[in-house]
Every structure is written in C-alpha cells, then in structure tokens.
Design a binder for this molecule. Structure first.
Ligand SMILES: Cc1ncc(COP(=O)(O)O)c(CNc2co[nH]c2=O)c1O
Length: 420
C-alpha cells in the first residue's frame, strides 16, 4: 500500500491515460496511438496536474496584466498574485520571505545569476571554487567557465565506488582559498543524496558560501534552506508539477542585498538618469523586464498541490518505488545500476544492460510505451569517471506505480532477448 492515494492523484493528470506509438509529427493523441504510456522520465520534467493547468488558464482568461507598474485593477490583481507566489515559495522552502526568492527561467539561469552577479565580481586567481564530480552541467560548466574568466581554481570532490561523496577529499579541497562550494543535493544520475548541511558547515568554516542545486530534491522531499544553512539554493518549477519557464534562486537576504544585479532594464530599477540608475528592493532587483507572471502563479498552484499531498509522503512513495525498481532490475546480473543501494537514494536509477547501448535500450522500451531517458543526463564528466558513454535512466514521481515498473522491467527483458 502507498502512503498516498495514487489512483486519485493519477486522475489529476489526463496525460497519464494517453496511448502512444502513432505519428510523432502531430502533437497530442492520434488514432493510431495504441500503447499505454508509462512515464518514467520525471528527472527530466514532471507532468502537470489539472489544478496547475487551470491556474494558468484562469490567469490568462481573467486577470492577465503586466505587474508592478500598472495602477489599473487588472494590474493590481496580477501584481498581488505574482508577489504572493514569491511568499508561497519562501514558505515552502523555509526562507525568511519574498526578499530571498528570485524567479528565474530555470535552475540553470539561477546558477548563472550567482556565477555572474557574484562570481565574476568576487573571484580572482588566488581563490578557489569547489564542486563535486557528480555536478549537473548547469553548475559544472557555469563555474568552470567563471574559473577561466577569473583565474579562480575549480576543484572537484571525488565520488567513491558507491557513488557517494568522498568527504575526506572534500575536507582536503575546501581550504581558506575557497570562496564557493557548489553541490548538487540529489544527483540526477546517481541518485546520491549529498550531506549538504555538513558541506555547508565545511564551507562556512573556511569563510566560503555554499550553493545547493536542489533541482532533484525540492520536487521530491521536504527541503528547508535554513536547516541546511544554504547561502544559495536553486530549483525548477517544471520538475515539480509546475510549468516550464520558471526557476527559483533562493539567497540569504544579506548576501543578495550586497550583490550587483545580473540583468539590467525595467522593473529592476528605482530611479534612472542619463548618468546612472538605482535599484529596486529585493527580490525585484534581480527580476529585469516583464517577469514570469503566469509561471509564478502556476508554481504557486503546484506548491499548493504538492503540499496538500505532503512532501514526506511523496518522498516515502518514491523510496518504495526506487527500491523496488533497483531490486527488480538488479535481479539480473547483466544490469549495472550506478550509485548507492536502492534503499539509500533519490527516486531514480541510471543503469546499463550489458551489450545494449542505452539509446537502443531506450528506443526498445519506448516501443512498449515506457518513457525513460538515455544519454549523459548533462553529467558527461561523471559518465567519463564511471567509464560509460551513456546510461538509461528511469525516474519516478508521485503518480507512478509498481505495475509501471514491472512494464519497464519486462521491456528491458525484451531488449535482453533481442540483443542477447
Ligand atoms: C541536478 C540538476 N541540476 C540542474 C538541472 C537543470 O535544470 P533546468 O535548468 O530546469 O533544465 C537539472 C535538470 N536535469 C535534467 C533535465 O533533463 N534531464 C535531467 O536530468 C538537474 O537534474
């Protein structure tokens, strides 16, 4: 039995009733779709419940307007809703208030905002930035390139053979030259749940900031940024039942206050002359131009939806599924799963089937209606470290079931027979 009512939840996601297999050049259901969809690619993006779709439609149908500048009624309605969305996100992640919550386009932009608005101004050749070998390209490439521009040394904490961070190596790499530690909370490839509070203490002991990439944690488990003591924290709406086009950068107010803006233009200014300009209060200083209004309102609805079910229960549900998937897949000795054991990881498994390239495997299971990801999952250096060119990845969410994992396991077995 599940900690959540999966059947009732699935009713909120009409897409989960879809059949696939027909003409992909025509979006949406077509009459020659004949295979029930089994959606197991939630690490890439989650599906969107009716409640969130309705919130977007309601906004565009009844109070669409630009925000912050208009005096007219609609603009005030939209502004209040947009500002309340910041308050709701702050409450959801344990921030002090809207001043610490910047809406961006996605996690990637949140990483770049800090790298450019802080890193480019604060880092130099005598400094270091410490990442981990399991970072997503959103942080890895960003800090790597900032290191090239500033001369700062970019270091990578080793991952051990079980896919966990080598904390002795972390304590070796983080020293008094370190100004930033940037670490993924839950790896999108290994499923490893990193000790971010311990890493925050290590960073702070050396006077460094810590940036936590929460793209695979906020959607799937309770997160409290003040418990972690993160200085920065980022995640995306589209992985947590929200729309694409919105990400969140959490930052401690006192740090954001000191930071220069990253993008200039309207909304983010207070006073402009031909010679200079002054900036708006937080968080608006970092939200230049017309912001992600509909997306912010939809993210508010997504958070209400998830909170109503309960993040602890969603985490427990995913833990049940991932342990089952881990055990069922590794029942065969020709399957290798990367990362920690099934009872100690986030809700995803990246794996390979001996003798079958991940892309071929993904294509075959797709013939059985199963949507998984194949490739490097934007962690190419990690795949190099693992010694594999690519992996297949199944990632679970609140609407998935054991029966869907059985379809995956059977489809993998079909590939085994085909290539065996
Ligand atoms: C750990 C992690 N960090 C950052 C990102 C970037 O998020 P975005 O800016 O919203 O794209 C992702 C997205 N991960 C994946 C996107 O597609 N497959 C994935 O595993 C991620 O998993």
């Amino acid at each position: 039995s599940y900690p959540i009512d999966v059947d009732a939840i699935r009713e909120d996601f009409p897409i989960l009733q879809r059949k696939i297999g027909g003409d992909v050049t025509v979006p949406g259901p077509s009459e020659d779709d004949d295979t029930p969809l089994v959606y197991l690619d939630n690490g890439a993006t989650s599906q969107t419940p009716d409640q969130v779709v309705d919130a977007i439609a309601d906004y565009y149908r009844t109070y669409n307007s630009n925000v912050h500048r208009g005096i007219h009624h609609l603009s005030q309605e939209a502004s209040v809703a947009y500002e309340n969305a910041h308050d709701r996100v702050a409450e959801f992640i344990g921030a002090n208030g809207r001043e610490e919550v910047v809406f961006t386009k996605n996690t990637t932009e949140s990483e770049n905002l800090v790298a450019y608005a802080w890193g480019l101004n604060e880092l130099g050749p005598e400094d270091s930035v410490v990442l981990t070998q399991m970072e997503h390209h959103a942080s890895l490439v960003t800090w790597q390139q900032i290191g090239k521009k500033t001369g700062a040394d970019v270091r990578f904490i080793r991952v051990d053979e079980e896919g966990r961070l080598d904390m002795d190596h972390a304590r070796e790499l983080v020293d008094d030259s370190t100004k930033m530690v940037s670490v993924v909370h839950v790896s999108n490839t290994l499923g490893t749940v990193n000790p971010v509070s311990e890493l925050a203490d290590l960073a702070h002991d050396h006077g460094a900031y810590i940036f936590v990439d929460g793209a695979q944690s906020v959607p799937n488990r309770p997160v409290d940024v003040q418990d972690i003591d993160a200085d920065f924290f980022a995640f995306s709406g589209h992985k947590m039942c929200g729309p694409t086009g919105i990400g969140v950068l959490y930052g401690k107010e006192e740090i954001l206050e000191e930071m220069e803006p990253y993008l200039y233009g309207g909304e983010m200014i207070r006073r402009v002359s031909y010679d200079d300009a002054s900036w708006e209060d937080l968080p608006w200083k970092f939200e230049a131009g017309t912001p992600v209004i509909a997306q912010g309102i939809a993210l508010h609805a997504a958070i209400d939806y998830l909170d109503d079910i309960g993040m602890e229960k969603i985490q427990r549900h995913e833990e049940q599924l991932v342990e089952y998937a881990y055990d069922e897949l590794t029942a065969f000795d020709d399957v290798e799963i990367y990362g920690p054991p099934g009872d100690d990881r986030g809700g995803l498994v990246a794996f390979n089937l001996d003798g079958v390239h991940a892309h071929d495997l993904s294509s075959i299971v797709n013939d059985y209606g199963v949507a998984i990801r194949a490739g490097d999952h934007c962690t190419q250096p990690l795949h190099d470290t693992l010694g594999v060119a690519a992996s297949a990845r199944a990632s679970f969410y609140l609407y998935n079931t054991h029966e869907e994992i059985d379809v995956l396991v059977d489809a993998v077995d079909e590939a085994r027979q085909l290539f065996g």
